[in-house]
Design a protein around this ligand. Sequence first.
Ligand SMILES: [Mg+2]
Length: 419
Amino acid sequence: MADAQLTAIQLDRAMGALLGLACGDALGAPYEFLPRVPYTTPIGMVGGNRMRWAPGEWTDDTAMAHGIASVAATGVDLRSVTAQDQIARNWWAWSEGPVDIGRQISAVMFVAEEAGTAKAMRTAAMRYHEDNPHRSAGNGALMRTAPVALAYLGDGDESALWQAAQEIATLTHFARDAQEACALWCLAIRHAVRFGTFDGLRLALERLDAERRALWSTRLAEAEHKQSWQFPNNGWVVAALQAAWSAIVHAAEPVDRPELTLCAAQHASHAIERAVRCGDDTDTVGAIAGALAGARWGAGALPRSWLAKIHGWPDATEDDLRRLAVLTASGGRSAAVPPSSAFSDVDNAAPRLAYGRLSAVHQNGRFDRLYLSHSDEVLMRRGGAWIAADAAPTAAQPVEADAIAMFDEAEMAGEVQPP
Ligand SMILES: [Mg+2]
């Protein structure tokens, strides 16, 4: 693991990966195993649901990620036996509480705990895969993978990360899809922290052989052409990754207009919300999307109202995740965590208020484009393309409710004309 000398903004993005994971998890927990939530219905970190979560309480996704992060934070190479044995011990400690544990992980851990080693876990995972070849690619390894990426942020660490992500996956999930999903997502997170873009996911495909590259390329393209809720079997690692990637690709990215309380970094919370609305395994899709969106936009992009609430096993909060992220990213050396207000892009913004300033243009009874009220400025970029706004907004009509939500509904119904 090369020495990663990170700038302040890169460090903020490293923290954003863990905090985004936790926010998506805690935001999704109240909606797990329920139908998708339409964009016109408000959602919040309200807790409840079948496990009676407290508001802001995270679930197994963040708890297991914490079990990895607390080892990574010591600076040890996660490919070592020492590191993996400790991760296994952390997970066993977690599993002794009254926890929500997935079927596959529970089965593997139950078999392996007596032997007490990571090797025993991997053997049990391999056996589970052999016994259940069509049910062994659950999303449980991908949901917790983000801290692995933070341990390999240095120059030239890609290959080590590629290997580490797959090794940590195989502690519970031996299926090739699960291993590759973790490796791809980790490289995407690493790239996002280092460079502040989402380009890393596609770049990571180069590491696969031609056949697998073509398969994953098709899967990503499908995600880019469908909405998150159109991957309903999101307990499967591939569908979970697709739902998360779809949420990131399709979430609205405001232009930076501080005077209108708009900033591009709000894309992070939009993406997480969109992921959580997908239905079924909402906390996990939220956690997966949140890790990458948080890594791209940084801790400062996450709403303070969320960060103040997140907590969970092992009696940890926002500050603990910040500390683990910084320690991991610095190879276990630095515990100097920048104060949470240092980079805040959105804390003073009121995104909901901003929506009220939007107007939608109808053409022939269809939603056509969104405008800033009283302006002809381009407001939104969707699916990688700017929504055209070259005409004067004389036809703009005020939208009473949440304009973006209405636009999303119209888009899903096929009523939006392409820009
Ligand atoms: Mg969960």
